[in-house]
Design a protein around this ligand. Sequence first.
Ligand SMILES: *[C@@H]1O[C@H](CO)[C@@H](O)[C@H](O)[C@H]1NC(C)=O
Ligand SMILES: *[C@@H]1O[C@H](CO)[C@@H](O)[C@H](O)[C@H]1NC(C)=O
Ligand SMILES: *[C@@H]1O[C@H](CO)[C@@H](O)[C@H](O)[C@H]1NC(C)=O
Ligand SMILES: *[C@@H]1O[C@H](CO)[C@@H](O)[C@H](O)[C@H]1NC(C)=O
Ligand SMILES: *[C@@H]1O[C@H](CO)[C@@H](O)[C@H](O)[C@H]1NC(C)=O
Ligand SMILES: *[C@@H]1O[C@H](CO)[C@@H](O)[C@H](O)[C@H]1NC(C)=O
Length: 743
Amino acid sequence: MNLQQTVCLLLCAWAVKAQNLDFEDKSPNDLCYICSCRAERTEVDCSRRGLRDLPDGLDEKVKKLNISNNEFATFPENLGKLYNLIKLDISGNRLTGLSKNALFNLTALEVLNLSSNYFENWMDLNPNEVLAPAVNLKTLDLSHNRFKSMDNLAQGELLISSSLDTLILDHCEIESISGKSMLSGLNNIRVLKLNFNPLFRLQGLISSTLKSLYASNCQLITVDQNELAYLPSLVHLLMAHNYRLELSVLYSTSLKFLDISYCNVLRPNLSGFPNLRKAIVHHNMIRFLRSHEFINNTKLEYLDLSYNNIGSIKVDTFRGLGMLKYLDLAWNEIATIPEGTLLEMPSLTQLKLARNYLTQVGHLKSTSLSILDMSSCEINSIGKDSLEGLQSLVDLDLSRNLISRIPDSISSNTLKYLNLNYNRLSMVNNFTFFMLPRLTGLAVVGNRFTNVWNKAYFESNVYLERLDLSDNMWRCDCKDSNMYDFYEFVTLEPFKKEESYNLVCSSPMNVIGQAWLEACYFTWYPTQNVANADNLIWFIVVMITGLAVTILLVNCIRNSMKRRLRAIQAERERQVEEARDRLRQLRMAAEQEALNAPDPRDLIAPPSYDEALSMPKLNTSTHSLNDAGTGKTKRRRGRRKTKSSGDLLDETERNGDVPVLEETELSEASENNRRRRRRPKRFGSHEIAELDNSPGARRRRLSEYGPADDSVTVEIEAEMERPLRPRNRRYSSDDQEPRESNL
Ligand SMILES: *[C@@H]1O[C@H](CO)[C@@H](O)[C@H](O)[C@H]1NC(C)=O
Ligand SMILES: *[C@@H]1O[C@H](CO)[C@@H](O)[C@H](O)[C@H]1NC(C)=O
Ligand SMILES: *[C@@H]1O[C@H](CO)[C@@H](O)[C@H](O)[C@H]1NC(C)=O
Ligand SMILES: *[C@@H]1O[C@H](CO)[C@@H](O)[C@H](O)[C@H]1NC(C)=O
Ligand SMILES: *[C@@H]1O[C@H](CO)[C@@H](O)[C@H](O)[C@H]1NC(C)=O
Ligand SMILES: *[C@@H]1O[C@H](CO)[C@@H](O)[C@H](O)[C@H]1NC(C)=O
């Protein structure tokens, strides 16, 4: 068994274990073959199997059955045997109705999901009786069906269940709910969801138990003043995204959570909710807040009024909000906040005023406020004592305003985080932050500072941890020792307050866009000695690495060169050996031929120059040959060559020696090709030089020795394109000597 198989098996085993599958039971007819079973067959998921009927093999063990997204057209009949079923998901099928006995024997059932079926008629559900057997049913999901209207349900049309807790009717195309309460048969109902219905009327809901009513994304226009009066347990009311809804004063002493965002509310009208804790009223049409607007909401803790059109606030608008902790007034049109306004809310800790028309920080007073957001407010000035009234202020966001000056000695004993990003500040001095002893983080990104700050500015800010200074127009005067000091103050570990790359020069010209360190490096660290240890270490590391790589490379090249040289040498020796053999044969052949008649082919082609060169010569002079043309051809061919070969030719002609190849010569040839070629040429040695010039060998040599090679070699090479063998043959056939001898 190889490794792959082992791994595969292990994985399979693991998967089986993880899924609690029973391998033995997995026959094609088995339930768990068709569906996926978990937790020892108590959870069976048969969703998306294209089923029309229940698969065989389901038994009373099953507690959770998922047969969603199948093709069931009628509710499965034989479910009664699954009397332990707790959760049944039959959503995404084609059910149009339920029989009276559909849930027979399903006494344990708690969750029934019938969403995304084809129910259209409320009566087809048999609402009166269908839930009766399911005495433990808690959740009934009927969303994504098409019930249209729930008006005036007669007694026989009421859904009856004494256990049902949650009824979900989202996306059911219900347009109106009115008349006799649809909830009167549900003694235990707590949650009713009616989201995403084109509901324009919601009337007559009566339930003593209902806690949460969801009617978001409907088309409600009004809710009757007394509507909530019959829902004495209502705690959550969510009616967001009813774009035409105007809420008049509703009364509910139980309501704690209200969401009426994205509606058409002109006035908050929350006075009818004395126990309200959280009110979400953003994205509405509120234009102003009256005096005592929230006087009865004494329990309110969270109020979101952002994204309205609130233009004015009275000093006593928020009177009575003794528990309010969070107030969001962002994205309104508030121009001034009367001085004592915040004092009405003694628990207020977070106030959002972003995106209003406040022009100054003003004299807000609060003993509790710790987080104040006044960003994007067109604020252009801060009063010197503007923070003094905010006795607990910790975090002040003044970003994206028009502030050009911070007064000296603006004071707060508690302020830790001051955000002044994207303003028009151009200078601070050593009195600016003097009176902010707790200052921990200061951000002035995107301002107009040019002069590098001085670390003396922060002499009294011992807790300073963070400075955001990027995106300013710093003028880098590297020679000014203050710049270096401040740079160190800001970037030096372990008290680093800003990343050094965020400090960028904007002037003078020659350093625009460079980081401070980059621009001033040679001024601050004039010699190598002063270069900081980090750089030195880096330099050394880089050098060592470079050296190692170079050595490695050189070694590699050397080795490969050596190998190649050895190969060349071996090849050469082989060739020399061959040449020697050939010469021996030639000589023998010549002797042989001398005895035989001349071959008629002899007359066909004269030998080429090289061939002539490589011919072994007989003692007798070639001048005595009867065929004078041969000599001429030879000469002419020789002449066609460059001058450098002329001497070779002369030499050849003059040299009437027998082509004797001495052993010494051979060994020399194998040793030093070049030297041998330069020596006065004799036929034997020359032959070897030529052999050496086989295309492969030549290429090797060229690359090896380069163009410094003498011209003779080059010339010969040009002639050496033909293979050696045929020439040898021709040589023997073209040879004049036989003819001569023939004479
Ligand atoms: C049933 O299966 C569907 C699709 O596989 C899944 O989305 C759904 O959550 C499952 N229902 C339950 C109750 O697990
Ligand atoms: C109904 O449930 C009981 C157990 O509660 C069981 O004994 C009986 O067989 C079930 N009836 C049917 C028809 O499945
Ligand atoms: C019912 O099924 C639908 C679709 O599968 C799902 O979105 C929904 O959450 C389910 N309802 C409950 C109460 O589980
Ligand atoms: C409630 O608000 C509406 C506008 O949304 C307003 O006309 C009405 O007078 C308010 N009711 C009370 C009692 O203030
Ligand atoms: C405020 O509550 C008091 C009782 O606490 C009640 O008399 C008064 O009518 C309420 N005000 C409004 C505007 O609902
Ligand atoms: C304020 O800064 C100036 C230089 O700009 C310095 O001479 C002076 O001592 C500083 N004062 C304090 C209180 O740090």
